[in-house]
Design a protein. Structure first.
Length: 281
C-alpha cells in the first residue's frame, strides 16, 4: 500500500506538470510516450516474440499518437499505409511464430491506443474549432477528462474495499463490485465539481461558456465509460493469465494498468464536446 500511495503521488505530480504544458509540444509528446509504453506492454502480454514487429509497432504507436494531432502538417495517412503493409509482410514471413490473436492485439495496441491518447491534444485544441470556448476552458477539459476517469478508478477500488459485496464482473475483474463502482462515480462527480468551482474562481478570466449542468451530466458518463476502458484492458489480462501489464509503476502495475480507464474517455469526451459545440453554434 505504501508503494502504491507514493507512486500515486508521483503520477499526480507528473500529470500536473504535463497539464501546465497543455499548449506546448511536450504535452503531445507525453501522450506519445504513453502510447508507445502501452504498445510495448500489450505486445509483451500477448507473447509477441518477433522483436522487429514489436519494435516497429512501439515506434509507430508513439509517432501516430503525436502525428494525429499534427495531421495537417504530417503525412500520417502515408505512414499508416506503410505500417499496415509492413505488418502484413511480417505476418506472412513469420506465420509460424505469429498467431492471429497476436497480430490483432498488435493492431489494437499500435492503432487504437495511440489514436485514443491523441484525443488529449485534440481536446486541447477545441478552442480553435469553436469561438465560444477559450484556452483556459480547454485546460479544464483535459483535467476533467483524465482526472475524472482516474478518480473513478481509485475511489471505486477504495469504496469497493470498504463496502463491496456484489461482484460486478466476476470473470473479467473479480475485485470490482457494484458498490465500489457507484462510489467511484459519486466521488468523481463531487471532486470534479469541486475542482470546477475552484478553477472558475481562481484561474479563469471569465465564466465558462459550458454551463455547470453539462459538466454534472458528463461526469457520470465519463465515469461509466472509463470503467469499460478498464474492463477492456482486463479482458486481455485475464485471457493471457497475467495480473499486471508490467511493473513500471510500483504498486500500480504498468501504464495500461493505470491509464486503461482513460483510453475510451478521451475520444468519448471529444465527441460529446463536439456535439455540444455543433448544437449551440
Amino acid at each position: 500500500m505504501k508503494k502504491r500511495v507514493i507512486s500515486g503521488a508521483v503520477i499526480a505530480i507528473v500529470l500536473i506538470a504535463v497539464w501546465t504544458q497543455i499548449f506546448n509540444p511536450i504535452f503531445d509528446i507525453f501522450f506519445g510516450i504513453l502510447a508507445a509504453a502501452a504498445c510495448y506492454e500489450i505486445t509483451k502480454a500477448v507473447g509477441l516474440k518477433n522483436k522487429e514487429m514489436q519494435a516497429v509497432a512501439i515506434i509507430f504507436s508513439g509517432v501516430l499518437a503525436v502525428g494525429v494531432i499534427y495531421a495537417s502538417k504530417f503525412p500520417i495517412s502515408l505512414l499508416c499505409i506503410i505500417y499496415v503493409i509492413f505488418l502484413v509482410i511480417m505476418t506472412v514471413i513469420h506465420n509460424s511464430e505469429v498467431t492471429f490473436e497476436q497480430v490483432a492485439a498488435t493492431v489494437y495496441a499500435s492503432f487504437i491506443i495511440p489514436i485514443a491518447f491523441s484525443f488529449a491534444g485534440l481536446i486541447a485544441d477545441l478552442y480553435k474549432a469553436y469561438d465560444f470556448i477559450d484556452k483556459r476552458e480547454c485546460v479544464f477539459f483535459i483535467w476533467f477528462a483524465i482526472a475524472g476517469s482516474l478518480f473513478t478508478d481509485v475511489f471505486a477500488q477504495l469504496t469497493g474495499m470498504a463496502f463491496g459485496k456484489h461482484k460486478m464482473t466476476p470473470v473479467l475483474s473479480p475485485k470490482k463490485t457494484w458498490e465500489g463502482s457507484i462510489g467511484g462515480v459519486l466521488c468523481a462527480l463531487i471532486l470534479n465539481l469541486l475542482w470546477l468551482f475552484i478553477f472558475i474562481k481562481f484561474f479563469a478570466d471569465k465564466p465558462f461558456a459550458i454551463p455547470v449542468w453539462f459538466y454534472i451530466l458528463m461526469s457520470p458518463i465519463i465515469s461509466v465509460i472509463s470503467m469499460f476502458g478498464d474492463l477492456m484492458a482486463s479482458f486481455i489480462k485475464r485471457n493471457y493469465g497475467i495480473k499486471d501489464y508490467s511493473n513500471l509503476i510500483p504498486g500500480h502495475g504498468g501504464i495500461m494498468d493505470r491509464f486503461d480507464s482513460v483510453i475510451l474517455v478521451m475520444p468519448a469526451f471529444y465527441v460529446m464536446m463536439s456535439i455540444y459545440g455543433l448544437v449551440v453554434s
